[in-house]
Design a protein around this ligand. Structure first.
Ligand SMILES: Nc1nc2c(ncn2[C@@H]2O[C@H](COP(=O)(O)OP(=O)(O)O)[C@@H](O)[C@H]2O)c(=O)[nH]1
Ligand SMILES: [Mg+2]
Length: 230
């Protein structure tokens, strides 16, 4: 049963991890919620989101947040994410692999998609360069990552789903942004709709709709080679 069914929180917040297949989205979310890295991971089968409770304090008030971190169930490799997938997310973790130039170049396309489908044209996004533990095979420098982030006015963070470095910080950065926006725009109708209208029934329905069928997974399996040395 979803943790979200237990409604002892102030806000249910849905974040979405985006980026090319293989950049480490599933590993990253798993590291965040469970504190573990599985080197033999898994293409994302059947798990559409991970959950975690966090506290957020601002202006002397403490908020209990139920974080729902949505993962793509492998569909990103077919560029077939539906509009519905983006629509309810309040924040986006946009990820590339520091050892893979193509995933970095694709960020612009992901941003385009995201802005087209998100609840706002200017949603909260954190750009994350993952796999910073692989220093020897890194092809994107911190300066390049930062320059891309500056171009789109996004915060930038480098992280490792493998060692756990900056994983929590990246999510907290995004949470801080979304909370700040919310506190500063209580009369933003779109955000208010997302914050208040999220019932767990709709989450479960959506979860079902998003699930990739076992058959589809079987036909399209291309496990990314494990590269972690840690
Ligand atoms: N060295 C290293 N490997 C990682 C890291 N994150 C993910 N990987 C590996 O990269 C591959 C793809 O990861 P996965 O989480 O499935 O990527 P996804 O397709 O974006 O969900 C897997 O073999 C992971 O073990 C990381 O931070 N460091
Ligand atoms: Mg995945």
């Amino acid at each position: 049963m979803s943790l979200a069914n237990n409604i002892d929180y102030d806000y249910l917040m849905k974040f979405l991890a985006l980026g090319d297949t293989g950049v480490g989205k599933t590993s990253f979310l798993y590291q965040y919620t469970d504190g573990k890295f599985h080197s033999q991971f898994i293409s994302t089968v059947g798990i559409d989101f991970r959950e975690k409770r966090v506290n957020y304090t601002s202006r002397g008030r403490n908020y209990r947040i139920h974080l729902q971190l949505w993962d793509t169930a492998g569909q990103e490799r077919f560029r077939s994410l539906t509009t519905a997938f983006y629509r309810d997310a309040m924040g986006f973790l946009l990820m590339f692999d520091l050892t893979n130039e193509r995933s970095f170049l694709e960020i612009t396309n992901w941003l385009e998609q995201l802005r087209m489908h998100a609840y706002s044209e200017n949603p909260d996004i954190v750009l994350c360069g993952n796999k910073c533990d692989l220093e020897a095979t890194r092809v994107i420098s911190i300066e390049q990552g930062q320059a891309l982030a500056n171009r789109y006015q996004l915060p930038y963070i480098e992280a490792s789903a493998c060692t756990g470095l900056n994983v929590k910080q990246a999510i907290e950065l995004l949470l801080g942004q979304v909370m700040e926006r919310m506190e500063n725009s209580m009369n933003n109708p779109e955000l208010a709709r997302l914050m208040l209208g999220a019932s767990h029934t709709s989450i479960i329905d959506r979860n079902l709709r998003m699930s990739i069928s076992a058959e589809e997974v079987k036909n399209n399996e291309d496990f990314t080679k494990n590269q972690c040395n840690c």
